[in-house]
Design a protein around this ligand. Structure first.
Ligand code: PRP
Ligand code: ZN
Ligand code: MG
Length: 226
């Protein structure tokens, strides 16, 4: 990445729940991109803006480290990375520019439907599979429950059936994944939607001018949808 570049770099999720709407929002704001499936970087044809398409989990760190200027990312991933960096003494500064009205989901604890779950106390001493160990432990600590993690980066929903965990803590959007895996949502621990974030420190004037132009357009697009 060329730090002296006057092109504004925006990180978005390459493939996943936020990808289509992230691109649609930027296009609705007037940025034109030609996207090639295989390419990580896409240049706007009408603005000094580059899109960097990466895994959503990497976006908060890229922004906090100033590798990219802006990022569109779910609050769930953002908060998890913030807690992890805080706990491990890595800088976690960023500026939240806008809450975006897509990517709504919740991070919930779910248990097998045949379990006679009565409440959080039932999770005491149990093992919970998750991709979000910091958000989960933060919540359990507040609730006075001690449970261990089984950290999985994917396929969390199969962990109980596979005998890897007693419960899971994962994102729920429609609920179809839980349903398909015989799980029932019991506790919502975090509510999330997409966020537009900016790297710490001030931007060079040319980049700031693009951001100043982008924000009212986002507001306009979001207003028009209501
Ligand atoms: C989440 C979660 C489930 C699914 C739940 O994954 O891990 O797999 O969405 O959605 P549903 O309730 O509509 O079935 P996500 O798409 O965020 O991708 P990732 O886990 O690869 O980051
Ligand atoms: Zn992810
Ligand atoms: Mg998933």
């Amino acid at each position: 990445v060329d730090k002296s570049s006057q092109r504004l770099t925006i990180a978005i999720q390459k493939s996943g729940r936020l990808s289509t709407e992230s691109i649609a929002l930027l296009q609705a704001c007037g940025f034109r991109f030609s996207l090639h499936e295989a390419r990580l970087l896409a240049h706007s044809s009408n603005q000094p803006v580059d899109l960097l398409r990466v895994r959503d989990d990497d976006i908060p760190g890229l922004v906090m480290d100033g590798v990219v200027d802006l990022g569109l990312v779910g609050e769930n991933v953002l908060e998890e990375v913030r807690l992890e960096r805080k706990a491990t003494n890595i800088s976690y500064d960023f500026t939240r520019l806008r809450a975006l009205e897509f990517g709504q989901c919740r991070l919930s604890i779910a248990v097998p439907k045949e379990d006679n779950y009565q409440g959080l106390a039932d999770l005491q001493g149990k093992r919970i599979a998750t991709t979000y160990p910091y958000l989960l432990q933060n919540y359990l600590q507040q609730q006075g429950i001690s449970a261990s993690n089984a950290i999985l980066t994917g396929s969390v929903e199969v962990a109980p059936r596979a005998g890897l965990a007693d419960a899971i803590c994962d994102l729920v959007s429609t609920g179809a994944t839980l349903e398909a895996n015989g799980l029932i949502e019991k506790e919502v621990i975090f509510r999330s939607q997409a966020q537009l974030i900016q790297r710490p420190g001030s931007l060079p004037a040319a980049k700031q001018a693009i951001v100043d132009q982008l924000l009212p357009r986002i507001d306009g697009v979001q207003m028009a949808k209501e």
